[in-house]
Design a binder for this molecule. Structure first.
Ligand SMILES: O=C(O)c1ccc[n+]([C@@H]2O[C@H](COP(=O)([O-])O)[C@@H](O)[C@H]2O)c1
Ligand SMILES: Cc1cc2nc[nH]c2cc1C
Length: 350
């Protein structure tokens, strides 16, 4: 689907299915509210599916979108750019943290080159959808043209559609891109109105001097482009990245197909606020997997009204936090499928 047809397909949550899930929760053999956030999550997922109970989120795939960044030249990260391509090879070989976590939780892993600077030669689990070999430096010019940003968004939509067509019942966001926390911060600032100092963080782990410089870089890019949040494609083009744009499409694609998308860290959160700017109803499909330590992630989740499921101080990316949250999402849904009611189990009510 194109971006236009995808946006047209996104609808609000189904209130009847949500009411049915709330009523079922009240009849299950447990004190009301005793499953905390899992109860509201089950209600949201029923609303998304338009069914109570909603389907279990299985099979699930984490799609890792990889890209490079012209703003790397500004010295916003200590890591060399070639680590992006090297980590893509690591994902394909199954040796990264996300691969270990995916084996732990039963998720499939897929890697998409949407904007890596170096030509890659992967196996069957690497999709070549390269739109451009890295963005331009957003402190000098727009990171992308509108056409490039749209092409990347539509890569993400296509990946979501293909996975759902192949049977996926949950989509998980993953990202890889040295320097990509800088455009993530700029996107979150542009869509939420927060200042550069509020959203800019230490990324892979930078010192105070580099953090101060990175904050200035984000602030300068915002000042140069004055991105208009009412024009989400323009924002993605001005201060975004190819993986951020593709993740935006991936989230919109999941929403259009009414399949939950578990959002990982700050890069995914920046894509989630972009998706919400395109289609506010897409938030119904989003599940915040964890609270990244990167400050912009919390700003973005608050803007979306989402509470993360896990809070482990993680800041890796790759989809690692989304993959860890998958069993929690499964458990929330499984309750509606399997737990006995007071009536059926003969348990007295208070
Ligand atoms: O997911 C997060 O919240 C997150 C926070 C900090 C860093 N990362 C990962 O680290 C890389 C970007 O960090 P940096 O410092 O180079 O901007 C990129 O590959 C991200 O996946 C990811
Ligand atoms: C080694 C390494 C692994 C990563 N995974 C996601 N971002 C990353 C950044 C680095 C530097």
């Amino acid at each position: 689907m194109t971006l236009e047809t995808t946006l047209a397909a996104i609808r609000p949550a189904d209130e009847r299915a949500m009411t049915a899930a709330r009523e079922l929760q009240a009849r299950l053999t447990k004190p009301a509210g005793s499953l905390g956030a899992l109860e509201e999550l089950s209600v949201r997922l029923a609303g998304l599916a338009g069914a109570c109970p909603p389907p279990l989120p299985d099979p699930a795939t984490v799609a890792i979108f990889a890209g490079d960044h012209g703003v790397h030249a500004q010295g916003v990260t200590p890591w060399p750019q070639e680590v992006t391509a090297q980590m893509v090879a690591n994902f394909v070989a199954g040796g990264a943290v996300v691969n270990a976590f995916a084996r732990q939780t039963g998720a499939d892993v897929m890697v998409i080159d949407v904007g890596v600077a170096i030509p890659l030669h992967g196996g069957a689990t690497l999709l070549d959808a390269n739109v451009r070999r890295g963005t331009r430096d957003m402190t000098v010019t727009a990171a992308l043209t509108r056409e490039e940003a749209l092409a990347a968004v539509e890569v993400g939509i296509q990946v979501a559609e293909t996975l759902v067509d192949q049977g996926a019942r949950a989509l998980l966001t993953g990202d890889m891109g040295i320097a990509n926390t800088t455009p993530a911060a700029a996107l979150i600032a542009a869509f939420t109105g927060a200042g550069a100092a509020t959203v800019t963080g230490r990324g892979t782990g930078i010192d105070d001097a580099m953090l101060a410089h990175k904050t200035d870089v984000v602030g300068a890019a915002l000042e140069r482009h004055a991105p208009d949040p009412a024009d989400p494609l323009g924002v993605l083009a001005a201060v975004g990245g190819l993986e951020h744009a593709a993740l935006t499409g991936f989230i919109l694609g999941a929403a259009a197909r009414r399949v939950p998308v578990i959002v990982d860290g700050v890069i995914a959160a920046s894509a989630a606020v972009a998706a919400a700017a395109f289609a506010p109803d897409s938030v119904a499909a989003m599940v915040a997997g964890h609270r990244s330590a990167e400050p912009g992630a919390s700003v973005a989740l608050a803007h979306l009204g989402l509470e993360p499921l896990l809070d482990l101080g993680m800041r890796l990316g790759e989809g690692s936090g989304a993959v860890l949250a998958l069993p929690v999402v499964s458990a929330a849904v499984r309750v509606l499928h399997e737990v006995a009611t007071f009536d059926s189990a003969g348990v007295s009510e208070k």
